[in-house]
Ligand binder design. Sequence first.
Ligand SMILES: CC(C)(COP(=O)(O)OP(=O)(O)OC[C@H]1O[C@@H](n2cnc3c(N)ncnc32)[C@H](O)[C@@H]1OP(=O)(O)O)[C@@H](O)C(=O)NCCC(=O)NCCS
Length: 334
Amino acid sequence: MDFEQIDPVNTPAMRACHALTDAGRPVDHPHLPALSFEGFKTWWFHGDDRQESWLARDDSGEPVGCYQLVLPERENRAMAFGGLFVAPPRRRAGAGTALLAHCVAQARQAGRVGLASTGAVRTKVRDGSAGAAFAAARGAATGLAEVIRIQEITPVLLKRLAALRAEAETHAAGYEFVSWTGSTPDIHLEQVALVNSAMSDAPREGGVEPEIVDAERIRAAEQSALANGVHLYSVAARQPATGVFVALTQLSMYAGTEDWASQGDTVVRPEDRGHRLGILVKFAMLDLLTRHEPGIRYILTGNAESNTHMAAINERLGYQVADTYRSWELDLTT
Ligand SMILES: CC(C)(COP(=O)(O)OP(=O)(O)OC[C@H]1O[C@@H](n2cnc3c(N)ncnc32)[C@H](O)[C@@H]1OP(=O)(O)O)[C@@H](O)C(=O)NCCC(=O)NCCS
């Protein structure tokens, strides 16, 4: 196989990679929506981390598989993250093993001692899938399980949630809610970064450091998402007197998938927990979303299996379990 490094602006190689991941979606991610090319690029190239991607072709030039490799430079400097994909008709013929060998060599060359399939849900591996059997066969160890839930927004659900919301509001006197679409207004940027630091106690992989969220990083992520046509929605709860953000929820909609939204992080500061703010920011988000996106039908969310508080909130909001995904990690020191 020949390996070609994919340049983000090299559209033919990116399109080949999109086509082969899309062809695998019905078996790899049966409950997730198909991604448009723009949506695929948004998911594939993310954040401000160093990243490389490779496309493998057979002797006749036919694309066989591809992989992405993220090499963080701020946190987790000893780790590499990513995922590899083989076109469905080419599976079980050793291509995945060859891609993995190439990927491991690149990660080692960058001085990394571990390679993990964590990150966005499509680079995690669905329990029971070919990816899980492959990872186990290649000697990877299983990591944190993430339960994927989907909320189907129907008039019946919205009616039921209205009563739940009224009850929750009685626990949250003294807070007010602010929302915005698109990039974070300058006046909110510092507070968004601060409240995000409350995420550092969320369940995460052993040995994986939490990402530091600062204003620069928020801006970089927003700019790249908006450039790819992503719609961004945010709701915060704050103390009216101080303006301090105590809770935040964020959600995005990829271009070309008008009926699906992906839930981002929802966080409540430890000292403000117990006031139903987690569910209330999500109620306010539903208002915002249905107002701006008339075609919205489904919201996708993923929570660590051990995050029982968030799971309970999502169950109350009518989310239904779709699948369990999991990270896998390969020790590169042996
Ligand atoms: C996982 C994936 C990359 C494997 O590609 P592949 O080319 O089929 O892999 P290989 O042929 O090198 O398989 C190596 C071994 O893995 C195991 N394996 C792979 N697919 C399997 C399956 N569907 N069922 C059971 N075992 C499987 C087998 O032990 C296999 O050896 P064998 O065929 O001699 O029995 C491919 O199925 C894929 O693209 N899946 C979707 C994305 C994904 O989950 N990526 C992995 C983690 S990031």
